[in-house]
Design a protein around this ligand. Structure first.
Ligand SMILES: [Zn+2]
Length: 108
């Protein structure tokens, strides 16, 4: 049985994959301004949209252990907040969750 941390990590990485497709489409169609991406938190029931520009998205994606979530969806037992604004929070995983996020990084 996967541990809770492993399941959470996988869930986040799944949303990251979906967001990668959204980013690709936005680049293909030269979408300007912000787009709706999916919150990358570990709550299985969460499918909330996050309004974020492609530049902001790329900034987060540069680090394999960073994810963006809607404010309040951060989980400070497995991640620390590196950036916060009214639309989203950028978190950085640490420990086991960071290894998992790094292993599943679609860009590595
Ligand atoms: Zn969420």
């Amino acid at each position: 049985m996967p541990t809770r941390a492993e399941r959470q990590g996988r869930n986040e990485s799944l949303f990251r994959e979906v967001n990668e497709r959204i980013a690709e489409l936005n680049q293909t169609f030269h979408v300007e301004g912000r787009s709706e991406f999916l919150c990358e938190c570990s709550r299985e029931e969460c499918k909330q949209p996050v309004s974020i520009s492609i530049d902001e998205y790329e900034g987060v994606r540069r680090e394999s252990t960073r994810f963006f979530v809607i404010p309040g969806h951060e989980d400070e037992s497995v991640e620390r907040v590196v950036e916060r604004n009214e639309r989203y929070v950028v978190v950085e995983k640490f420990g086991e969750a960071a290894d998992e996020a790094d292993d599943l990084d679609p860009r590595s």
